[in-house]
Ligand binder design. Structure first.
Ligand code: SF4
Length: 356
């Protein structure tokens, strides 16, 4: 049994994390929380892109008041992200947070953490113990001689035991680092020692291009080992991009299905159509497509028919034409300039059939 299958299940406003439930996609708003309209607008866009849980920073009491409204109108459960001030954590719980995220090491000592736990317990609100390489406790940095994965894991493990001692186990854990190997190692240690659901992420992964690669490696390596129950990709970009990347990671590992799964070849000297243009157009036209569909667009008869046959629908190109495959059978030959149009028409017809 994998760690993902055997963890406790934590219910966040009706979305179940852990215990073998589908790995949940989450993101975080980048608007000012006090701007309710902008924040809800961003949550709507994220929800449309496939975000299932949303985290909102709550840095002030004015933000708590806005947070209450955001929770009330959000289409998906809302998590309050709190640092430093335990009173904000308690206020966010009372304002209806479906979960809160704290780093117990920076909330002002054990007494204050206990007060947050008591409020969460009284209101049935789960807590993520969110250890981060950038804000690790000094005693652990000293013990391990730096911000080491062992130190991050020990921080999470000892806080989880502290929460248990208070009679609270509605817990999700994260141990995010900005180093991919350190993050992977820290999560593996936690998975060996605790059976709480794990929220995976590589923190401060960077801009969209490099951050996508770092996140895919870090999150992907853990998920491939059966570790991880919810994921957040952190990019210095529109958070909608985070959600798209998260879904691509889950789709690549065949853990979940959503929208387009596009198989296309790199092209070579055998290619006799403008495959790059065709693939780019197909991808653009199917952006935001929600029904899971596997589409193959291949450059020639070497691997083309095999991949096209294996997909829901596919094209294997020849000199100036494409052979259209549907559910493993050749349907017809299409001239190059009509490939995109006819492929999209067939996909839309399939979508209608599935929805009927
Ligand atoms: Fe080349 Fe054909 Fe392979 Fe595409 S499928 S890379 S065109 S051999």
């Amino acid at each position: 049994m994998t760690h993902h299958e055997k963890t406790k299940v934590v219910d966040v406003g009706g979305v179940k994390i852990g215990g073998g439930n589908p790995v949940v996609v989450q993101s975080m708003t980048s608007t000012r929380t006090e701007d309710i309209e902008a924040t809800l607008g961003q949550i709507e866009r994220l929800h449309d892109a496939g975000c299932e849980l949303i985290r909102v920073a709550v840095p002030t009491f004015k933000a708590v008041r806005a947070f209450r409204q955001i929770v009330e109108h959000s289409p998906i459960p809302v998590i309050a992200d709190i640092h430093f001030n335990y009173r904000l954590a308690i206020a966010a719980i009372e304002a209806g947070a479906h979960k809160i995220r704290i780093n117990p090491g920076n909330i002002g000592g054990e007494k204050r953490v206990k007060e947050v736990i008591a409020a969460a317990k009284a209101n049935g609100v789960p807590i993520r113990i969110g250890v981060n390489s950038g804000s690790l406790e000094v005693d652990l940095i000293d013990k391990y001689g730096g911000v080491k994965p062992e130190a991050m894991a020990e921080s999470a493990i000892r806080w989880a035991h502290f929460f248990e001692q208070q009679g609270f186990d509605d817990i999700v854990i994260s141990v995010k680092g900005s180093s991919v190997p350190a993050t992977i190692k820290a999560y593996r240690i936690v998975a060996e020692n605790l059976s709480y659901p794990l929220h995976l992420g590589v923190t401060e992964a960077g801009p969209a291009w490099t951050g996508t690669i770092k996140s895919a490696i870090g999150i992907g390596a853990l998920l491939a080992d059966g570790i991880g129950d919810t994921i957040r990709v952190s990019l210095t970009a529109d958070p909608v991009e985070e959600v798209k990347v998260a879904w691509e990671i889950l789709k690549a590992l065949e853990l979940r299905a959503r929208g387009l799964m596009l198989i296309s070849c790199p092209t070579c000297s055998r290619t006799r159509v403008d495959l790059m243009k065709i693939v780019a157009q197909v991808e653009k036209r199917l952006e935001g497509f929600k029904v899971p569909i596997k589409v193959a667009v291949m450059g020639c008869e070497v691997n083309g028919p095999g991949e096209a046959r294996d997909a829901d629908i596919g094209i294997a190109a020849g000199p100036g034409f494409g052979l259209l495959f549907k559910k493993g059978k050749v349907i017809r030959k299409i001239p190059e300039d009509k490939i995109v149009e006819e492929l999209i028409a067939e996909i839309e017809a399939m979508e209608k059939e599935w929805r009927a």
